[in-house]
Structure formats: structure tokens, C-alpha cells
Design a protein around this ligand. Sequence first.
Ligand SMILES: Cc1cc2nc3c(=O)[nH]c(=O)nc-3n(C[C@H](O)[C@H](O)[C@H](O)COP(=O)(O)O)c2cc1C
Length: 222
Amino acid sequence: MDIVEAIGTRKSIRGYKPDPVTKEILRDIVDIATRAPSSMNTQPWELTIITGEVLDNIKRSNIEMLMSGTMPNPDMPSEAFEGVYRQRQVDLAVQLFQLMGIAREDKEKRAEWMQRGFRFFDAPAAIILSVDRSLHEWWPLFDIGSISQTICLAALNYGLGTCIEGQGVMYPEVVRKYTGMPESKRIIICIAIGYPDWDFPANKVESKREPVESITTWCGFD
Ligand SMILES: Cc1cc2nc3c(=O)[nH]c(=O)nc-3n(C[C@H](O)[C@H](O)[C@H](O)COP(=O)(O)O)c2cc1C
């Protein structure tokens, strides 16, 4: 696949076929993605790749925590967005809810939608990205972003879909319990990965982007 086509084709996949993804394919994708750039080639990323019983246990425990009202305590706290950022977040949610037929006031369906995220969108595999806590809090985040997008692009080559997601690792204690990941590692994000179910309505989402003009400042051109 042409690189520009790949960048344009990638989108977040929130519904997957149950078909498993082999360890060989996941290994190939990670091998390709390690070509991602990192600050001074520090390659701070550490990947915990989960499937089968381990993933099932994390999915189940995440939901139990959510249902019990336990406050998420992620290693990477998210912020409440305001202004234009909040608006973009709302625009996406409106699009997804429309596609899924979820009415604004339908608390039950909204809760079920939220649970999907905590279940890794029922993907058959997931990649958890972490960094050693001895590293600075900020710089490795750039590098994790860099390898995350590279993983998502490389996955397309194998017919796989992905969704970078914070929801799956909102309860780091659950991830640690079932993967054995020590406290010395900061869990940054995870990526759900699997074969897309193209009949799943939310996969039809076309998230919007700001036009180039509104995000660029050109200096020194005519
Ligand atoms: C750091 C990060 C965290 C994200 N967390 C979630 C999440 O928890 N749940 C979700 O549904 N999507 C999540 N996403 C996906 C974004 O919503 C998505 O990338 C954005 O809407 C653009 O859509 P696209 O990926 O389809 O182009 C996350 C993306 C990033 C980069």
C-alpha cells in the first residue's frame, strides 16, 4: 500500500471480528514499527502484547471495576477539554452515537458504549505501551506517539485495524495483575488490534480534521 494511501486509510476501528491475530504477524508489525523515530534514539517504548486468557481477564476485570464505580486511576491522567478541543471531542461523540443509534438521553446504551472501550472494543489482541519510570515524564510520550502511529500504519499491511485507546488502561492495577508488569513501568496507552468488522456501524466513522489553513503559520514564503 502506498504510504499516502495508508495514512489516509487508517482510522480508529471500534468493532472487530473474533478471528485471532497470530503472534508472528504481531511480531512482524512491532519489528517494522521499531523503525519509528525516538528522542536521541532512546527507544523508550516497552510493549506488552496480550491476547487469549490474559486479555479476557483484563477485559472482564476492567468492566467489573467500571460497574463497581471504582474511579479510574491511570498512570497517564487525562484532562477535561474545553473550548474548541471540547467541541471536537463532542463532534466525534455525536458522530459515533449517531452511527450506533445511541440517543443522547439513553443512559443504558451510552454506558454499554463506554464499556466497549474498556473491553478493547472486543479486539482479539491489544498492545500495551509503557515506559520505565526512571525516564522523564514528557519526552518518552512523543516517542510513544511515534511508535503508536507506526504500528497502526504497519497493521494495515496485514489487513488489520487498530484503535489507540486510553480506556483499556484506565485501571493500570488490572493490567499489572494479569500481565505481571511492575510498578516501575508507567503505562501510557494501549492499541486494540484485530481484523475489522466492516459491518460494525462505528467503523464507518470519518473523523473530521481542521483545514491546513487553520493549523499553519507560514513564514518566509511569498
Ligand atoms: C492518545 C489517544 C487516546 C485515545 N483514546 C481513545 C479511547 O479511549 N477511546 C476511543 O474510542 N478512541 C480513542 N482514541 C482514538 C481517537 O478518538 C481517534 O484517533 C480520533 O477520533 C481520530 O479518529 P481516527 O483515529 O479514526 O482518525 C484515542 C486516540 C489517541 C491518539
